[in-house]
Design a protein around this ligand. Structure first.
Ligand SMILES: [Mg+2]
Length: 267
């Protein structure tokens, strides 16, 4: 009996589960299509806010997975909300992140501050950002030294990519936290905010499982949210020699079920 028969709803991570970089994980598109055909309620839950939900939906549709943007929640959404709460009315934000995240923060009513004027910021927002530089780190420190709050999408140390992992949000956040002495509030997995938002999108599902590739965010967060947890070995948590940085054999967090990839769940 396929493992998906045990559940009627799934929260599914994207990077390392559905795709690696721009490459689909082999078998994942077909497995997702089969889950939808079987009537499962599916919401994609990603700590990666570098694309808009609409863009992720179009990429999934291009693989034959027919879902709309309402089926995708990113840590950008919860990060922007937390940043607005931290900054207060008429607040201002210094954003270390790409345009889709900046749009979400501005969409919550925050004014975006230039890196040349960091002390105007009431909150510093950190995410994975390939344009991160020493000077942006300096601006973040100056904002935080002047009293700004600190919010980040995740602590994820790495991002699975073809050919090996790249530095993740957690690597940049570590630099910001180290030089400022501040500790960020995390809006993405494993914290509750993103799980609460995702679960609100599958109101009809009674037995929900979180499927992800990262033990420290997907599995730890799913467990904390009271969900069943399924680890796939196609991304960050791999076997020896897989290039993954989290080893299920030695990790303190234990998933309820471990499978090679999404395709193995529907086989
Ligand atoms: Mg992942």
């Amino acid at each position: 009996m396929p493992a998906i028969d045990d559940f009627d709803g799934f929260l599914i991570d994207l990077d390392g589960v559905v795709w690696t970089g721009r490459e689909p994980v082999p078998g994942s598109p077909e497995a997702l299509a089969a889950m939808l055909t079987a009537g499962k309620e599916v919401v994609f839950v990603t700590n990666n806010p570098t694309k808009r939900p609409q863009e992720y939906a179009e990429r999934l549709q291009g693989m034959g997975v027919e879902v709309g943007p309402e089926r995708i929640v990113t840590a950008g959404i919860t990060t922007a909300r937390l940043a607005a709460e931290a900054a207060g009315p008429d607040g201002a934000a210094l954003v270390l992140g790409f345009e889709p995240l900046r749009e979400l923060v501005a969409g919550e009513g925050l004014r975006l501050v230039d890196f040349e004027a960091p002390t105007e910021a009431d909150v510093v927002v950190v995410s994975g950002w390939r344009e991160f530089t020493y000077m942006s780190l300096l601006s973040a420190k100056q904002a935080l030294d002047a009293g700004a709050a600190l919010v980040a999408t995740s602590h994820d140390a790495t991002m699975p990519m073809p050919g090996g992992e790249w530095p993740g949000t957690g690597a940049i956040l570590a630099a910001v936290e180290t030089c400022s002495g501040k500790v960020a509030e995390i809006a993405g997995k494993p914290e509750r905010h993103l799980f609460e938002l995702a679960l609100s999108r599958v109101p009809g599902a009674k037995r929900v499982a979180m499927i992800g590739d990262r033990l420290s965010s997907d599995i730890a967060g799913g467990h904390a949210a009271g969900l069943s947890t399924i680890l796939v070995l196609s991304g960050t948590s791999g076997h020896a020699g897989s290039g993954g940085s989290e080893d299920p054999a030695t990790a303190a967090v234990k998933p309820d079920l471990t499978v090679a990839n999404l395709a193995a769940l529907v086989a």
